[in-house]
Design a protein around this ligand. Structure first.
Ligand SMILES: Nc1ncnc2c1ncn2[C@@H]1O[C@H](COP(=O)(O)OP(=O)(O)OP(=O)(O)O)[C@@H](O)[C@H]1O
Ligand SMILES: O=C(O)C1=C[C@@H](O)[C@@H](O)[C@H](O)C1
Ligand SMILES: [Mg+2]
Length: 176
């Protein structure tokens, strides 16, 4: 099969759910953020400090281009992967894209104590999450083949919802 790609906002659970999904389906798991950190040897906040967001986005596009060529892989993306049109085209073409849709208040509760997300190091992170959600939700929907609405659903149930949706997709005919 082609790669499975999880998209969604910071804190949506892409890394947590992706690892479990890969384990259950016996696929390799890769986290785009972690791969960038491993390659550069520095944290994401440090990349933002030195190269700015634009520098991080270039690295993200390069890494997504590499990861999506691997077969039998689950990829957890960074929350901003959908900003670049070339990333959206590449994901849509090469993978099955799953959008983990989680409401902003829950995203805030999950990310509020984590200093590793530079875009949330602002005076009002709750408002920032609302803004990012408003900008990005249409882009996630545009690129997704499958949308899973999360809310307070636990990671195990999220994995099962994704597997059910994948099964339905695999069973349906006329798929290119
Ligand atoms: N379904 C869930 N229910 C409760 N907590 C969750 C759930 N999914 C993830 N979490 C918790 O929320 C936090 C963020 O999860 P995770 O790092 O998987 O998000 P992410 O989508 O990968 O975020 P980022 O885009 O910043 O990498 C973690 O502490 C994780 O344990
Ligand atoms: O939502 C975003 O733009 C980001 C999310 C994280 O996964 C990292 O990719 C980085 O902190 C940027
Ligand atoms: Mg993650």
């Amino acid at each position: 099969m082609s790669c499975l790609i999880l998209i969604g906002m910071m804190g949506a659970g892409k890394t947590t759910v992706g690892k479990e999904l890969a384990r259950r389906r016996k696929l390799r798991f890769a986290d785009c953020d972690h791969e960038i950190v491993a390659r550069t040897g520095v944290t994401i906040p440090t990349i933002f400090e030195i190269e700015g967001e634009a520098g991080f986005r270039r690295r993200e596009t390069q890494m997504m281009d590499e990861l999506t060529l691997e077969p039998d892989i689950v990829i957890a993306t960074g929350g901003g992967v959908v900003i670049a049109p070339e990333n959206r085209a590449l994901m849509r073409e090469r993978g099955v894209v799953v959008y983990l849709n989680v409401p902003p208040q829950i995203l805030y509760e999950r990310t509020r104590h984590d200093r590793n997300r530079p875009l949330l190091q602002v005076e009002n992170p709750r408002q920032r999450i609302d803004e990012l959600y408003r900008q990005r939700d249409p882009l996630y929907r545009e690129v997704a083949h499958i949308i899973v609405d999360g809310g307070r659903t636990n990671p195990g149930t999220m994995v099962r919802l994704i597997e059910d949706a994948l099964k339905k997709r695999e069973q349906s005919t006329c798929r290119p």
